[in-house]
Design a protein around this ligand. Sequence first.
Ligand SMILES: *Cc1c(COP(=O)(O)O)cnc(C)c1O
Length: 471
Amino acid sequence: MEPVRARLLRQLPSVNELLRTPQLQTALSGLSRPFATEVIRQTLGRARQEILATPADRLPMQWDREAFLHTVAEALEAARRPALKRVINATGVVIHTNLGRSPLSETAQAAILEAARSYSNLEYDLEQGMRGSRQALLEELLTELTGAEAALVVNNNAAAVMLALNTLAAGREVIISRGQLVEIGGSFRMPEIMAVSGAILKEVGTTNKTYLRDYEQAITSNTALLLKVHPSNFRILGFTREVSLADLVALGRRYGLPVMEDLGSGCLVDLSRFGLEKEPTVQDTVAAGPDLVTFSGDKLLGGPQAGVILGRREVVERLKNNPQMRALRPDKLTLAGLEATLRLYLEEPRAVAQLPTLAMITRPLAEVERQAKRLARKIKQTFAGRFQVDIRESIARVGGGALPQEPLPSRALALTLPPLAAHQLEARLRRSSPPVIARVEHDTLLLDVRTLLPHDQPALLAALQGILNSI
Ligand SMILES: *Cc1c(COP(=O)(O)O)cnc(C)c1O
């Protein structure tokens, strides 16, 4: 080994020396010794690797002790911060599965806090003074809002579909159109969910066209269910044909077979009133008369992660009594957040105004434009022109498998900070505190303002300040 490399390695302090270093005592306070030891060991490991990997002519002559102590202090601080943290979504994708889908309304936040800090009547019937059912709490509200006979809440929509298939069709056949064998978000693939539920997949039709007679010809004595799945994140365009839910329901009736629709996003508000593409609402779907309808709580509904199952009482009761239910049941925080979310829909304008997901999707472009101008001005004022900002037209998306083709006209701030390239600025923003998730298009960093929440602005400015401080 070259002498300079060996010397630098020798100069690295030991873990014990670092644990005793006065400059690190603040960063160390409150951390257990084994935990701090592990963080320091890893930081030393990275420093050693860097010395070993750097070409000899680029190695420093002397080891920079101050810089290294700073790195250790930062690693200790970072280890103290929670792994799951708030981020600023400047991507323009409203229901972003990787970023936690729907932010919750203030009433849902308050309900979750209340359920978290006290005991509750989660499974206690306050009238009778005896054990109650957690499922009874939301059932009336859900049936009132949707027109369904009965309702059930589980962990997420994947769980809802799995529970339904297992209950109604384990060991028997489920007929589904080839055009609806979808994969959603990388982990929900209809054939795989079908397999774990124990149901047997029976595909009919072709990728682009499926007729009612395709379903009918596939019915045998081993058929248990006719299933329709919302294609969510893709569209087959052009020469296409799918069977309507109403026709499938009529076919099911004729053969005495249950019919189910996995709606995916599940929206309670007719978004075409806001100039968006017409999607069937949950109410329309229930009215078409299927035995079961399932959808997510955290997509267009705007609530916490949950799976909502609606349907005929007798069928929903069978699902409730499936022993798998015990493993799929929602927790009290979810139920609290979901109930508060649903209550807003009792008065639709409140839902649209107060649920962040719906508010962002329905916000008029003129308002997005004003918001972009205000933020651009604020950034220029705060940083005395060090960031260059201008306003660009942008296309935001609903996301979460809803209205996938639907562009949401939006505005973005194109941000530059010479000499950083767009991808370098993107990485700095992503590693900021709080992280800011932006888009890079044609070598330009874009912050879409449609997905910024009202309380994001101060945090965004703090992140930008942090970047200026570090360059
Ligand atoms: C999103 C989606 C799912 C999965 O829902 P989760 O709540 O994420 O489990 C299932 N089916 C369809 C059609 C979807 O769009």
